[in-house]
Ligand binder design. Sequence first.
Ligand code: NAD
Length: 360
Amino acid sequence: MKTYKLVILPGDGIGPEVMDQAVRLLSQVSSKEGFNLELTTESAGGVAIDQYGHPLPDEILERCKKAHAVLLGAVGGPKWDHLTGELRPESGLLKLRKSLGVFANLRPVSIPDSLAEASPLRTEIAQGTDLLVVRELTGGIYFGEPKGRAGTGVSEEGYNTMRYTAEEIERVTRIAFEWAKKRRGEVTSVDKANVLVVSQLWRDITTKVHREEFPHIKLSHMYVDNVAMQLVLNPKQFDVIVTGNLFGDILSDAAATLGGSLGLLPSASVGGPVGLFEPVHGSAPDIAGEGKANPIAMILSVSMMLDHLGESKAAQAIRTSVQEILATGVRTGDLRREGLQHVNTSKMGGLICERTLALL
Ligand code: NAD
């Protein structure tokens, strides 16, 4: 029987609440599907600062590196907002991503018919959206050197460096092309090649990888400002979007709003030997501890993890059950509408769990 070693990092705010639902689902799915789980729960983010004085102590990082996958809730909150640099909860997350070598962040945004009316866009524009943002995660301006501040007074300057090597661009675009093969076969590469030299390299390399390795996939290039507009005007035109760290951060959040709630969106960070799976949303301190959090983003992150581990049947059953439960009109508070049935975090998790088991 297969055994998967998983490190569970519930984190802060609503992280532990949505993680409870994910772990319950995982345990029941594994029994039904006949695989073993070795779960180790650890602190990360604000709770780890409180406990160990660091958002991701080295021992916990080492445990993550030895796992098959890491499942994370969310980190951060007002309690730790005064901290700076390495001691911020988010720094622990950056350290985790960098150390695991997960250079590609995948964010699927798919709007089932039952949710199209919850979109801030007109129903007919949102309906049918099914796209995947592949964001480069461990390079670009968030990590480029030199960075810093220099000088004083009106001459003081702050600077960062947007830098990519050909290898960094090649490996993330390969992941995007591979995903396009399993989807509609179209990749949109996003850059700012009309202004940035680093983007000119990005465009050259994506074109080369396409020509040499994936000629049957349709590749188009778009400037980032145009993509920001097109995501709102006509999101259905996109299949796979691939882009660098900064543009990906911004565009994937814009794409995330299309479904009407951040509470729906999962993500997978891959490329290294250990994958990291986490919802797109943060720790939502405004609703933490109230049973209001939508667990679907966390549950779909579990589905992405199971796919990555090769447990595709269980992964698909989870996705189908989420769609079916939403289609029955059950909603958590973030998607509350007149005439729909309103439930709390645990009830939503329980319904999805029950339905998933019935599908397996
Ligand atoms: P957020 O994603 O936590 O919340 C934004 C809004 O969406 C809030 O109104 C919140 O209630 C709502 N929301 C988010 N997830 C939800 C869910 N599952 N169900 C229902 N509603 C949900 O973003 P924020 O408020 O900007 O940040 C709060 C904290 O989270 C900050 O400390 C921030 O640094 C941190 N953060 C962490 C991550 C991460 O751990 N990956 C990501 C983003 C923000």
